[in-house]
Structure formats: C-alpha cells, structure tokens
Design a protein around this ligand. Sequence first.
Ligand code: DX5
Ligand code: ZN
Length: 232
Amino acid sequence: MTFDRSIKIAPSILSADFANFGAEIRAIESEGADWVHVDVMDGHFVPNLTFGPPAVKAFRPHVTTVMDVHLMIAPVDPFIEAYAEAGADFLTAHIEAGPHIHRTLQAIRGAGMKAGVALNPGTGIADVAYLLDMVDLILVMTVNPGFGGQKFIHSQIEKVRALRAMIGDRPVHIEIDGGITPETAPLMAAAGADVLVAGSAVFKGGSVDNPAPYGQNIRAIRAAAEGARETA
Ligand code: DX5
Ligand code: ZN
C-alpha cells in the first residue's frame, strides 16, 4: 500500500444490516467504497456495544479493499493481538482510552498493523504532537463516539486544519468520523482530511437487494469532497 492523500470513502458497517454483514460489505465495495470502516464498541468506553474479534475475523474474507478497525474500547492492549489475527489492516485506538497510548501504538505496529490514534471532539491536537512519527492515521471524531446518525460538530473543522499543518509531509492520513454527508464532507476535505467515514449517509435508501443507492450516496460524498479540494 503506497501512501496517498486522495479522498477515500470509508462506509461504516455500523449502519449495515447486522444479520447480513458479508453481503453488505460486498455491496458497498462493489458500489465504490475505498475502505471498510468497522466500529468496535464495548459498552464501557462508549455507551453502546457492537462486536469483537471473532466477528471482525468473519468479516475479513469479504473485504477486498482495506479493513479499517476503529476501537472504541478500554482497555485496548489485551485485544491487539486478537485484532491482528482477525485481519485488521488499520487498528485505531482512542487517546482517551488509557494512560499509555504510546505503548499501545507501538504494540499495534509491532503486531504488523497500521496504527491509528483517535481523538474525541473534546480532545486537543497537542496530545498527538509526540506521536506523529509512530502513527499511520489520525482519526478526528466529529460526533461523540457511540452511535451512528448524530449531528456533525463544526468546531472540528478548525482542529483538522491545525492538525493538517502539524502533520506536514509525514505519511499520516487524517480520517473524519461522524455526521459526514455531501454537505459536511467538503468542509473537511478543504481542511485537510483524506479518509471520510460515513455510516447513515451511505446506507440510507439502499439494502443488499437494492445496493444502487449505496453507490449514489458514495459518489455524492466523493464528488462534494473532491470539488472542495480543487477550490481549496
Ligand atoms: C460513531 C462511529 C461512526 C459512525 C458514523 O461512534 O465511530 O463510525 O458509524 O456514523 P454516521 O456517519 O451515521 O454519523
Ligand atoms: Zn468509527
């Protein structure tokens, strides 16, 4: 995988039909998804519960692009090896999940995965200043984590702009997660984000039996984001 800062759309399967993950993953990929975003929640770090390593491992054979696993769990370290075995390409941990994010990121790379660090909306970018050379991705939450379908938090636009400047030439993706639509995607693309996670805005109106709306939704987000890049 060579590093590139082109716009990538990463549908979150949190908005998929939970009885049909394999078919949903195949549908979003054939409709143009660049990455597949997998939201792992533990009912403790966030007030919602999704799935763990055995489910993520079952998703793996259906993913032909990139499996991007977003851990909203605490603690993280005891589970890193299990997500490596499950086949995660990117494994992202929240900086708020514990006191030793530096060790966690070392362990993620040590287990052979790309390492990501996620920031809640209330967390400032100063906390990642000494992590920039040990991460492949920084995820900026544009909602409070836990649920799909929430409202985009506009204060995060300025945060992404500052983060983009801080990253400079380093090969680090900026990923945005929460409330991304064709209206909010351009704001983030212009500010410097390259990976756009979208759950409800991708899955709305479609199903595994009628996946064409997934494609229309992905193309609408991508066009809006790329348009903003050109004029930025
Ligand atoms: C929220 C998750 C997101 C969520 C985004 O905690 O991390 O990935 O699925 O959903 P939308 O796009 O509906 O805001
Ligand atoms: Zn997520």
